[in-house]
Design a binder for this molecule. Sequence first.
Ligand code: ADP
Ligand code: MG
Length: 319
Amino acid sequence: MIELEGLTKRYGEKVAVNNLTFTVRPGIVTGFLGPNGAGKSTTMRMLLGLDRPTAGDVRIDGKHYDQLKDPLTYIGALLDAKAMHGGRSAFNHLLCLAQSNGIPRKRVYQVLDTVGLTAVAKKKAKGFSLGMGQRLGIAGALLGDPRILMFDEPVNGLDPEGIHWIRNLMKSLAAQGRTVFVSSHLMSEMALTADHLVVIGQGRLLADTSMADFITQNSRSYVRIRTPQRERLLDVLHGAGVTVVETGNGSLEVDGSKSEHIGELAAQHQIVLHELSPQQASLEDAFMQLTAESVEYHAHSDTPAAPPPQPWGDGWKGN
Ligand code: ADP
Ligand code: MG
């Protein structure tokens, strides 16, 4: 269990983490979501005692990180992959970590096997691809067989096979009763992995909810209609007590009705339809709305040629 209580971090004028209070529970995957610059990595660094909170507190099973004896056996973490590993081989890197945490040598072979790096264990880690570096970082996190695991943007740099592998790994770790806390700036990633969501924007807590509740509350379903006989269809639908939204692009949208019902009404009145399609608003859209106010770097709205801000898109770089 990880408990944050009013956790705050200021860098000069900048409030990177703003009064965060939430609990990360065992047995489930908790997704930590927010646009780039939201304060996810700063929060995770404070958890590991790598950054000192300006105010508030964070505890791991009731203790501060620096009070833990052999910390790798309590909590394993993958932080920013760029920050690690020099000229040592993957094996020696892990052996070093193991020896300083009272972990037996044979565990190094086990975790190398788990992450699929056995064949390159004697190679220097600095020659590794980003994906291999992520795998080595994950091996380090698993080394002490900890009850709590924390991954900061773990799928960055992984190929589709690697992404699939890490999703399953996180789920199986949670199924073993461990606490799994994983950050991402991509809703699409979290939707496939997390059971619970903590969303932040500009350091502030925006949501702390189960994934299932988030989906129910935010996935609006509606029917999209296109017709060359727009006015007639509007009359018919209004007459039947159906509420219609006229979108700017010429289509009509109907909430809370079945496409069958609308299709039958149109047929009864011999109205031609060019489109009649059930739609589901994406979770990505819901997150964009939730965090819109807190996105740090907006595209300028007064330059019409500029693309809209895409805080959850792959190519969007906030900082
Ligand atoms: P995220 O991981 O969600 O992308 P970060 O925790 O890296 O966000 O950053 C949160 C905010 O704090 C950003 O605005 C970032 O520029 C700022 N920040 C992070 N580390 C430092 C630092 N060492 N000094 C000054 N500002 C920082
Ligand atoms: Mg980060």
